[in-house]
Design a protein around this ligand. Structure first.
Ligand code: ZN
Ligand code: ZN
Ligand code: ZN
Length: 451
């Protein structure tokens, strides 16, 4: 994916929901609500499925669950709360307040349900972290990796004010149980994606504290993936590669983009994802629109088709991969620029190594495309970081002078969209001490299917 995510994501979400049963969506159609529903769907999925299995006939399932939990322990190590507190101190933030979302999951492994009832991990810079959660979510918290962190978990009842609970406890930080020494917080760092209703409630509960974002403290941790995180991204990459392997049989003349997209969403789940996050199928002239929504357009001979797909694995880590297909012989001018695109994508991937600036990877993709006369048709940045979110730091874009370091993972996805056709090639690449390593390996040659 490239830009205008909110617009595109909402549609892709709807696509995924058509493909399999999920809890009934609330009336609101916004992306936040949709994510909340999906978080619930994931919780019901494979990660926690092993927990309740006790019957003798379930031995296999228990074993699979145990293996998965062992993997998760490496993926969400217990030392992150301490690292986050130190990072908050360095950033001059008194405490991090993290509601359900990628930051909370990163620090605790807890894939919390996002609802109007407050769940909040508080990480003071100078005291022990604690988690406030509705009493009816308590069992989910304890069953998640967060339950094994020795974290103080405070359950609140329906008539309690959980914001007051957080504020009072923060006033006693550093001296648990010692009353009468409330120390005012100068600032708190809120999860970047906290709901506005919660931001305003925290503003009222912590009147002396300046509200800041948590990302200045946490980005430095999340941007460098551990070996376990890279392994999780590699699994995601292999899973989406298998889906692309099935795409040619789905691209049949006479089918609509939506029919193909629904099948792909099903394949994303079938190949191991917990959730399909987005499915872009842009055929014919629609291939020239980078974030095209699958439509009722009927695939026909001579079409080129951009297929950009991704999902979330049970681990929480995400996939994102684009390939371009042709139905029968593509137009000759298309074949010419597809070659340019392939070389540009290759050149950008080859640039990746520690110390290289993010914008240099963008330039490496853009130069050959510009030199061949297609510069005006490469209308988006070259890539974005990926991890517990599909789009996160680092962004591979002109102006980002941040140097790459080992552990950074991001997309390299140049595109050329002159119309009435277009093409994009996207791989996830991880920066290693020796250079870039692709996590997608399905062929980048133009795949021509029978017309
Ligand atoms: Zn995109
Ligand atoms: Zn993509
Ligand atoms: Zn992408």
């Amino acid at each position: 994916m490239t830009s205008k995510e909110a617009e595109a994501k909402g549609g892709h979400v709807a696509q995924a929901e058509q493909a399999r049963p999920v809890p009934a969506a609330p009336a609101q159609a916004d992306a936040v609500q949709a994510d909340a529903v999906q978080a619930g769907a994931v919780q019901a999925g494979p990660v926690q499925a092993g927990v309740g299995h006790t019957g003798a006939g379930q031995a296999g399932a228990v074993q699979a669950g145990a293996v998965q939990e062992a993997d998760l322990a490496g993926l969400y190590p217990a030392d992150r709360l301490g690292l986050a507190a130190a990072a908050a101190a360095r950033a001059g933030i008194g405490a991090l307040l993290l509601t359900p979302g990628p930051d909370l999951r990163y620090l605790t492994g807890y894939d919390a349900l996002a609802t109007e009832r407050l769940t909040c991990l508080a990480v003071p810079a100078d005291g022990p972290a604690f988690l406030v959660a509705p009493r009816l979510e308590l069992r989910s918290v304890q069953a998640s990796p967060a339950g094994g962190l020795g974290l103080d978990i405070m359950a609140w009842d329906e008539t309690d004010d959980p914001y007051r609970l957080v504020a009072d406890r923060l006033g006693r930080r550093g001296s648990p149980g010692a009353p009468g020494r409330p120390e005012a917080l100068e600032s708190v760092g809120l999860a970047d994606q906290m709901w506005a209703m919660m931001v305003l409630r925290f503003r009222d509960a912590l009147p002396g504290a300046r509200l800041r974002l948590a990302s200045p403290a946490l980005r430095g941790l999340r941007i460098r993936k551990t070996d376990a995180e890279v392994a999780a991204l590699r699994q995601a990459g292999a899973a989406i590669d298998r889906v692309h392997g099935r795409v040619p049989e789905l691209l049949r003349p006479g089918r609509t983009e939506r029919e193909v997209a629904a099948d792909i969403a099903g394949a994303i789940i079938a190949e191991g994802h917990a959730r399909a996050d987005f499915v872009i199928v842009g055929s014919g002239p629609n291939a020239a629109r980078p974030h095209h929504e699958p439509s009722r357009r009927i695939l026909a001979a001579g079409d080129t088709v951009v297929v950009d797909i991704g999902g979330t694995m049970p681990s929480g880590y995400r996939s994102d991969c684009t390939r371009t297909y042709a139905i029968g012989s593509p137009p000759p001018e298309f074949t010419a620029y597809y070659q340019v695109l392939q070389e540009a994508q290759e050149a950008a991937c080859a640039t990746v190594r520690p110390g290289v600036r993010a914008e240099a990877v963008d330039a490496a993709a853009r130069e050959p495309i510009t030199a061949a006369g297609y510069g005006d048709y490469f209308v988006h940045r070259t890539g974005h970081g990926i991890g517990l979110e599909t789009h996160e730091d680092p962004y591979i874009v002109s102006g980002n002078t941040e140097a790459l370091v080992p552990g950074m993972a991001f997309s390299v996805e140049p595109g050329i969209y002159p119309g009435p056709h277009g093409a994009r090639i996207e791989d996830i690449v991880v920066c290693t001490p020796d250079g870039g390593q692709r996590l997608n390996n399905v062929t980048r040659e133009l795949v021509v299917v029978d017309a």
